[in-house]
Design a protein around this ligand. Structure first.
Ligand code: ADP
Ligand code: GLC
Length: 472
C-alpha cells in the first residue's frame, strides 16, 4: 500500500494550526503500521527547508492559464520525519515564506495541484491512494477524473480529509482557464453557488471523505458554511475519524521545550514547577488557578467572546484566578485582549503571535485550558492538554464533544459547557475556580486524563482500513 498525502501544511516544515500537526503525525504512524506513506507539499522558504538537505528529483513544467511554468520536486534526503517528504517548488509562487494570505493564493494552490499531477505522469509505479487534505488540494480528485490530460489516472482512489469546512478556497469562474482542458459536460462538478468551490469539488469527486471527528461528520450536514445540502447528499461516502496526537512530540516526560519534565506519577509536584516558571515569566500568581487559551484569535474559536468573559471573571474574582492567552488572528480581538493587560496586571497576560515553544510551556504549566469554540472539527489543543495534565474547559461541539467528558460524569475529567456565549464561559470559569480548591480531586483528574490514549495508532489504522476498502 502506497499513499500520498497532499497538503498545504506539515509540521515542522510549515504549520499554522492542527492541519500541520496531523499531516506530520498521520503518515508517520501509517509508516509504523506498515504501509508506505509520503507527503507532498508546497516549498516554503522557511527554517526547516533552509536547514535540511534535499535532492532535486524532477525538473519539469506545466501550463496554467496559457503560461508555461517550470517546477522542481525536491525530496528531503534522510526521511527524518519518519516518511518521505516532497516539496514542489515553483519560482514566484511556491518559494515564499508564508503559507497563506498572499493575494495570489488561488494561483499558488492551483499551481501546486497542477505541478503534482504533472509529476504523476513521471511515476513508474502508481500510488494506491491519493489522500487530499482540505480545499487547497481539492481540485485533484476532479482533475484526475475529468481533465483530458490527467484522466489517465482516474482509477487511483482519492480520499479527502476535511479538517475545516469553513474555508473552501472559492475561485471565480473567470479563472476557469487556470485549469487544464476538462470534459465539457463535467464542469458542473466544479461548481457550488456560482463559483468554483474546491472543497465542494473534492467532496463530489473523491472516492471517500473523512471528517476529523464523528460529531463533526454529522455537524457538516447542518453547519458547513453553505455546503449543508452537499454533505446531506454525499454522506454515504463520509466517515468520521478522530485525530490522534504525536505522542513522541507531545510527551511531558521527554518534551525538550518544557523546563521540568513530568509523568503521571510526578504530575502533582512537577507540574507545579512548570506553573511557577510560566507564572513568573508572565508576572502572574503561582498560588492561584491558571487558565490558558492557545489558538487562532478568530470567531470560529470563540476568541471574540474572551475579552468580555475575562473582564467579568477577573472583576468578580479579583486576585483569585490568573488568565494567560497565546494567539494571533483578527486584529480587533488581538487589540481587545492586549488592552486588558493594564487593567488586570498581575492576574492576566497575553502573548500575541505564534510561538511553538511557548505553547508547550503553557500546556505544561497551566491548570486549565479553555476552548470556547463555535466550530471545532477536532481540536488538538484539548488532546495536548490531556496529555500534560491540564484540565480542558470546552464547549461541547465537534471533536471537543467526542474527546472531553465533564468531570461530573463517571470517569470524566474536563469542564464542558453548551453555548458559545459569555455567560456559559463565565460559569465554566467559576467551576474551574471551585474545582481548583479541591487539590485531591484535581490531582485525581490529572492522572486520569494523562492515562487516556489519544495516540495515532488507532486512527491511523482506521484510515488504512478505509484505503483497503477502496482498492478494487
Ligand atoms: P486549528 O487547526 O483550528 O487552529 P487545532 O486545535 O487543531 O486548531 O490545532 C491548533 C494547533 O496550533 C495546536 O498545535 C496549537 O498548539 C497550535 N497553536 C495555535 N495557535 C498557536 C500560537 N499562537 N502559538 C503556538 N501554537 C499555536
Ligand atoms: C482544523 C480544525 C481543527 C482540527 C485541525 C486538524 O484546522 O479547525 O479542529 O483539529 O484542523 O484536523
Amino acid at each position: 500500500m502506497n499513499v500520498i498525502h497532499l497538503s498545504a501544511e506539515c509540521y515542522p516544515v510549515a504549520k499554522v494550526g492542527g492541519l500541520g500537526d496531523v499531516v506530520s503525525a498521520l503518515p508517520k504512524y501509517q509508516q509504523l503500521a506498515g504501509i508506505y506513506a509520503s507527503v507532498v507539499m508546497p516549498y516554503y522558504d522557511r527554517k526547516f527547508v533552509q536547514e535540511n538537505e534535499f535532492d532535486v528529483i524532477l525538473e519539469s513544467e506545466f501550463v496554467m492559464a496559457g503560461i508555461t511554468l517550470p517546477f522542481q520536486v525536491l525530496k528531503e534526503k534522510t526521511d527524518k520525519l519518519g516518511f518521505a517528504l516532497h516539496l514542489i517548488k515553483i519560482p514566484g509562487l511556491l518559494d515564499r515564506p508564508e503559507i497563506y494570505s498572499y493575494p495570489d493564493e488561488t494561483e499558488q494552490f492551483v499551481a501546486f495541484q497542477l505541478a503534482f499531477l504533472e509529476w504523476l505522469t513521471y511515476f513508474s509505479i502508481r500510488p494506491d491512494v491519493i489522500h487530499c487534505h482540505d480545499h487547497h488540494t481539492g481540485l485533484v480528485p476532479f482533475l484526475i477524473k475529468h481533465s483530458t490530460r490527467y484522466n489517465q489516472f482516474a482509477d487511483i482512489p482519492t480520499v479527502l480529509t476535511i479538517h475545516n469546512a469553513q474555508y473552501q478556497g472559492w475561485i471565480g469562474w473567470e479563472k476557469f482557464n487556470y485549469l487544464p482542458d476538462v470534459e465539457p459536460d463535467k464542469t458542473g462538478l466544479l461548481e457550488w453557488n456560482d463559483c468554483i468551490n474546491p472543497l465542494a469539488t473534492a467532496v463530489k469527486n473523491c472516492w471517500a471523505y473523512t471528517a476529523v471527528s464523528p460529531t463533526y461528520l454529522k455537524e457538516l450536514t447542518w453547519n458547513s458554511n453553505g455546503l449543508e445540502p452537499l454533505f446531506q447528499a454525499e454522506q454515504g461516502k463520509g466517515l468520521g475519524i478522530i485525530n490522534g496526537i504525536d505522542t513522541e512530540v507531545w510527551n511531558p516526560e521527554t518534551d525538550p521545550m518544557i523546563r521540568v519534565n513530568f509523568s503521571v506519577e510526578t504530575v502533582a509536584t512537577q507540574k507545579k514547577e512548570n506553573k511557577k516558571l510560566i507564572t513568573e515569566e508572565f508576572g502572574l500568581k503561582a498560588d492561584k488557578p491558571l487558565i490558558a487559551f492557545i489558538g487562532r484569535l478568530v470567531g470560529e474559536k470563540g476568541a471574540d467572546l474572551l475579552p468580555k468573559a475575562i473582564t467579568e471573571i477577573l472583576t468578580a474574582y479579583k486576585d483569585q484566578v490568573n488568565i494567560l492567552i497565546l494567539g494571533s488572528g483578527e486584529h480587533h480581538i488581538e487589540d481587545e485582549l492586549s488592552g486588558l493587560k493594564d487593567t488586570f496586571s498581575g492576574q492576566y497576560s497575553v502573548f500575541i503571535g505564534y510561538n511553538e515553544a511557548l505553547s508547550h510551556r503553557i500546556y505544561a504549566g497551566a491548570d486549565f485550558l479553555v476552548m470556547p469554540s463555535r466550530v471545532e472539527p477536532c481540536g488538538l489543543n484539548q488532546l495536548y492538554s490531556l496529555r500534560y495534565g491540564t484540565i480542558p474547559i470546552v464547549r461541547s461541539t465537534g471533536g471537543l464533544k467526542d474527546t472531553v467528558i465533564d468531570h461530573s460524569q463517571p470517569d470524566g475529567y474536563g469542564i464542558c459547557f453548551l453555548n458559545a456565549d459569555v455567560e456559559d464561559i463565565y460559569s465554566a470559569f467559576y467551576r474551574a475556580i471551585e474545582l481548583y480548591q479541591n487539590t485531591e480531586r484535581v490531582n485525581l483528574l490529572r492522572k486520569r486524563m494523562m492515562q487516556l490514549d489519544y495516540s495515532w495508532h488507532q486512527s491511523a489504522s482506521q484510515y488504512i482500513e478505509l484505503y483497503n476498502s477502496l482498492k478494487k
